[in-house]
Design a protein around this ligand. Structure first.
Ligand code: BV8
Length: 250
């Protein structure tokens, strides 16, 4: 990973950043890493929870098979998150929303740190850890930062499950469509802290590139998307995003 002093923001990116109106930002777990949220990288098929791979414990099948085990996994993560705060990357993105006339922030993260940083209208493609949903009537149940939650639905009494998108489940109605439309219309697309292995989220930068947008990735490591990007900034989002703003401010 280059040191920040070695990192150069190209004049092309600078000009695009200064002149763009329609901007899409896609974020993944890496954007929350500097807040202390563990990323999944390497999570594929390596044990993450009680010997279970991530995409097993976080799967639709597991809700059918053992909902209490699924809750244990999300209760643990929610307890961890309840003490964590947004980092410089979240705060910078919250500032960017008033910089561009048409700014869309799309996240795969369920941690709610973008909203805590002041970002509005965040498209949460994979749901939120701060919510539950009835397995029968689908009514939503807020879960407070203290973590108190209902096991049974207030409306119909049936079991409540985490209000997140699990592997093998469709994304919330309209969320991907809205994100894909933003990708197809943006002039500038930032991909921040994602290994781009999970679909359909990972298709968004491809849609943006196909539509002629300038695609810029920020990640300390190369990802399957790096070759598709016009510019790759190898570094931490919390350090690189303020640098982009600073360069464009000059
Ligand atoms: C679906 C919520 C229709 C739960 C999550 C096409 C091809 C192949 C497979 C599929 C396909 N289409 C569908 C599939 C199946 C599956 C899938 O994609 N599988 C993968 C594993 C191959 N997709 C689905 O099941 C999706 N649903 O397609 O529905 C359907 C229905 C039935 C049957 C077929 C199709 C639903 C997927 C959503 C699952 N839920 N989260 C939970 O959190 O527990 S996914 C979850 O994992 C996250 O939300 C995120 O999406 C993903 C983790 O990835 P990242 O966020 O990228 O994090 P990762 O750790 O991997 O990488 C971090 C990166 O940050 C690294 O690059 C690292 O270097 C970098 N980094 C580290 N520090 C920093 C940093 N970057 C910047 N700054 C730093 N400081």
């Amino acid at each position: 990973m280059q040191s920040l002093s070695e990192l150069t923001i190209s004049s092309t990116l600078r000009d695009r950043f200064m002149n763009a109106n329609r901007v899409l930002v896609l974020t993944g777990a890496g954007v929350s890493a500097e807040s202390g949220v563990p990323t999944f990288r390497g999570g594929g098929n390596t044990a993450v929870w009680k010997g279970m791979p991530f995409d097993v414990i976080s799967s639709a099948q597991m809700v059918q098979r053992d909902l209490p085990a699924v809750w244990e996994w999300f209760d643990y993560r929610r307890q961890l998150l309840s003490t964590l705060r947004p980092n410089a990357a979240h705060l910078e993105l919250a500032k960017w929303q008033s910089r561009f006339t048409d700014f869309k922030l799309v996240t795969q993260n369920i941690d709610g740190l973008h909203q805590l940083a002041g970002s509005r209208d965040v498209i949460e493609l994979h749901g939120s850890i701060w919510g539950g949903r009835c397995t029968t009537c689908h009514s939503r149940h807020e879960i407070g930062r203290a973590g108190e939650r209902a096991d049974a639905c207030f409306d119909c009494g049936d079991p409540v499950r985490p209000d997140v998108v699990l592997f093998g489940e469709m994304l919330p109605a309209g969320s991907f469509e809205a994100a894909a439309e933003a990708a197809a219309n943006c002039e500038l697309c930032f991909v921040l802290g994602t290994s781009a292995l999970v679909y359909p989220a990972a298709a968004l930068p491809e849609i943006a590139r196909e539509a002629g947008a300038f695609v810029c990735e920020v990640d300390p490591e190369r990802t399957p998307l790096s070759d598709l990007c016009h510019e790759v900034l190898t570094g931490k989002a919390g350090e690189v995003l303020p640098l982009i703003s600073a360069v464009a401010a000059v």
